[in-house]
Structures are given as C-alpha cells and as structure tokens.
Design a protein around this ligand. Structure first.
Ligand SMILES: [Zn+2]
Length: 257
C-alpha cells in the first residue's frame, strides 16, 4: 500500500493538472506536504503520441512538480462517465492515499470529461467515507461488475477528505481564492512541456496545436490575469463551495484599495 498523502489532485486527462493546478501542487510540495495526482484516463485519444508516450511524459512532469504518487485509471479517454464502477475506482485510491485535501476540476466546462470528472470525484469522496461500503447487501454486490473492486475497498478503512477545492482555470468563473505561483510558474511550464508528444513544435497536427511560444504566452496571460486579482504576478484560481472563516481581520491578505 502506498504511503498516505496530504493533497490529491484528480483530473480527467494527463496534462490537465499541469495546466490548472500544477504550480499549486509544486508550492505545496515545497512546503513539505506530500502531493499526488490521479488521472482518470490514459490519453489514448490524443491526436499525437500513444498512451505509452503519455505515461512516460506524465511521470516526467510529476517529477518536476515533486509529486509523490501519480497513477492513471483505465477509464476510456473521451468517455469519462459517472458510473458506480468508476466511482469505486476512485474510492479505492482515496482510501489508499487518505488525502486531507482533494483538488477536482470545476463542475462546468467545455469538455464533458472535465465536468464529469468533477461530479464523479465529489461523489467518490462522499462514498469513500461510508464505513459499510463493500459490506452491503448481496443485491448491491451483484449489481457491481464481475471483477468488483468492492472487496479491496472493504479491506481499506473509510476515509473522507476534509476539504475539496475546485481548480477553475478551464472555466470563466470568479474564483473563491487564488494561489500565488509566481515562484513556481517556470517549473510548471517545464512540466507541461514534458508532454513532448503533445506540445513540442512539430508538423503533425500543426493546425490544432499552437507552438510552444504561443502556449507560453497563453499560460502567462492566464496566470497574470488571476495574479492581478490578488496583487501578485502569477496565480492559479480555485473555487470552494464553503464560506471562508476568519479569526483575525488584520491577517486577511489582498489589499482592498
Ligand atoms: Zn483535459
């Protein structure tokens, strides 16, 4: 069984985390927290490169972001569905890694895999805390697929993350807070560029894929936009459903006027 982690980011595709919250994960690792990434799919639908290419690139990116654990599930790329079977796959990882914080994609967006991952992830976080999951009535067991992961899940103690935050970079929504990634921006860019099969300047699919310089410009523009909202150079946006709680009015960051 792998060691437990402090923060787990769950995303639909390899390279999603690098774009939406990679700087934050690196910053948390630099603060001494153990971080992890669970990608739901293996990227076999990508225009360029194979799933094997993506696996190697994802490992390189994880090393740059100092992520302690990274795995990809076998959910079909382009067909992320919020099914009982898929929820159980995520529950198993949640019970193994026992994160205090889970980062999910924002629950609206252009790509169905992204917003479905959000709901699937949330429901898995809920299920993971049910102590009787895996010990249900035989009728529920029978409804599960033949090679049910329920037995494995039942052997792991229940766990529910304390906090769920939503990485909202893919959707135009006002964030609840941003994380200053000024010092992590460069490494995050390198982590994204580790996906050479997707982003390296090359002719195949050139009409679809912007060149590296253009990608860098876009990343800078997005990070600057969210940074400006909080008075820092570069930042990543997040939404939380809960209200903020303040102890000390004099310690609230971000200048008003
Ligand atoms: Zn994606």
């Amino acid at each position: 069984m792998p060691d437990t982690v402090d923060i787990l980011a769950i995303a639909a595709h390899r390279d999603d985390v690098e774009q939406t919250c990679g700087g934050t994960l690196l910053k948390m690792a630099q603060r001494g927290y153990r971080t992890a990434i669970l990608d739901l799919t293996q990227g076999e639908m990508g225009t360029r490169g194979s799933a094997e290419d993506r696996a190697r690139e994802a490992a390189q990116a994880a090393a740059l972001l100092r992520v302690s654990w990274r795995e990809a599930l076998d959910i079909p790329d382009g067909r992320v569905e919020n099914t009982w079977e898929n929820r159980l796959k995520v529950v198993r990882v949640l019970r193994q890694l026992r994160p205090r914080v889970v980062v999910l994609p924002y629950w609206q967006g252009r790509h169905p895999d992204h917003y479905t991952c959000s709901t699937l992830g949330y429901e898995a976080c809920f299920l993971a805390g049910l102590s009787k999951l895996g010990q249900e009535l035989p009728s529920l067991q029978a409804a599960a697929p033949t090679a049910s992961p329920l037995d494995a899940i039942a052997k792991l103690p229940p766990h529910r993350p304390f906090k769920i935050v939503y990485a909202s970079l893919y959707f135009d929504v006002r964030p609840s807070f941003v994380v200053d990634i000024t010092d992590q921006f460069e490494t995050r860019f390198q982590a994204l560029m580790a996906y050479g099969s997707q982003y390296a300047d090359q002719s195949a699919g050139a009409g679809l894929f912007p060149m590296q310089g253009e990608i860098r410009q876009r990343l800078e523009a997005m990070a600057s936009f969210y940074g400006l909202l909080a008075g820092v150079k570069y930042a990543e946006p997040f939404v939380q459903k809960e209200i903020g709680l303040v102890e000390d009015l004099l310690a609230i960051p971000v200048k008003s006027i």
